[in-house]
Design a protein around this ligand. Structure first.
Ligand code: ADE
Ligand code: ZN
Length: 355
């Protein structure tokens, strides 16, 4: 942790005009786990509301525990924290807090992961999870024009059979949530849980017409990125930063413009990189890949969308042109219908012309 603090403090501060340019830039967020937006304050409030006892005396003590050495060290705390989510109102409150926070960062569209198995394993009905998240997203759409979609993700440390059971439990809800539920994802512990483990359930989801994405190449090897593409047939790769180790894969990702949903502060916090100045986001972008910036689990990793943009802008000395390319890539990589996508791209163009 010391090393991270030092490397951040030696990064030159961003110029004020670049800060305000990033703040106002219209953004799409494509890699966000709703359970990872549970801030310590809300986590404590929900624990109290639901009579859940926590092994931490205070919000500060909990926050101090967020010193991770790898993905698993984070996942242990993340799954433990999710235990405070019990009622539809809890899922609503968490989702609404994310919406408020991301609207402040000028996020114009979000495609949001949720992990039903984290909750059904604890005896929470899957309907409760869908209902609370959807109520907040629909309210935000109606009141503020906040555009969003949800991607149900399977936990890869569990079996494929468990993923199939989750799919079966969720499918009766599909009609009710047709306006939001667009895709299927794959997350949790990557190493030792390769894409092939979920080949059959992803094939089924593909037949059902869902958009498909998967985490790959975060801690796992470039082979997992290839297998996510060739075996699971995903349309976007979540993270994918280790693709750089395989030049042929890099060429393919660039040629096919397969989006990578990169999460800079997550990579720093989970020690995927030990210094933001060494992050490969700019190299991936310059190699022609469709790189996007995202916040992953912002309550745990120290920042939402603007903080992620600021961190790479400062550490990698990104220009306005590069920042706009990142924002544009994200709008292009959304699963929105063509007309809605075009409208957001026009909004981005308008912003760039005015600044
Ligand atoms: N679940 C939540 N955040 C994750 C990440 N960064 N990688 C894998 N699984 C996750
Ligand atoms: Zn993630």
């Amino acid at each position: 942790m010391e090393a991270h603090m030092n490397s951040i403090s030696t990064t030159p501060p961003l110029a004020a005009d670049l800060i305000s340019f990033i703040e106002g830039l219209p953004k799409a967020e494509l890699h966000l786990h709703i359970e990872g937006t549970l801030e310590p304050e809300l986590l404590f409030a929900l624990a109290q509301r639901n009579n859940v006892s926590l092994p931490y005396a205070s919000v500060e003590e909990l926050r101090a525990a967020y010193a991770f050495t790898d993905l698993q060290s984070f996942l242990d705390l993340y799954y433990a924290g999710a235990a405070v989510l019990q009622t539809e109102q809890d899922f609503y409150d968490m989702t609404m807090a994310y919406i408020v926070r991301s609207r402040a960062d000028n996020v114009r569209h979000a495609e949001i992961f949720f992990d039903p198995q984290t909750h059904t394993e604890r005896g929470i009905a899957i309907d409760v999870v869908f209902a609370g998240i959807a109520r907040a997203l629909r309210e935000a759409r109606e009141r503020h024009g906040f555009s969003s979609a949800i991607i149900m993700s399977f936990l890869r440390h569990l079996s494929e059979e468990d993923a199939f059971a989750t799919l079966e439990a969720a499918l009766p809800l599909r009609a009710e949530y047709r306006d939001l539920w667009i895709g299927i994802g794959l997350d949790s512990a990557e190493r030792g849980n390769p894409p092939e483990k979920f080949a059959r359930v992803f094939a089924r989801c593909r037949e059902l017409g869902f958009h498909l994405v998967a985490h790959a190449g975060e801690e796992g090897p470039p082979q997992y990125v290839k297998d996510a593409l060739d075996v699971l047939h995903v349309e976007r790769i979540d993270h994918g930063v280790r693709s750089e180790e395989d030049p042929a894969l890099m060429k393919r990702l660039a040629e096919q413009r397969i989006p990578l949903t990169v999460c800079p502060l997550s990579n720093l916090k989970l020690c995927v990189v030990d210094d933001m100045r060494k992050h490969n986001l700019a190299r991936l972008l310059h190699a022609g890949l469709a790189v996007t910036v995202n916040s992953d689990d912002p309550a745990y990793f120290g920042g939402y969308m603007n903080a992620n943009f600021m961190a790479v802008a400062a550490s990698l000395r990104l220009s306005r042109t590069e920042l706009v390319m990142l924002a544009r890539n994200a709008f292009e990589a959304t699963f929105l219908p063509a007309a809605a996508k075009q409208q957001l791209l026009l909004e981005l163009d308008g912003y760039c012309m005015a600044h």
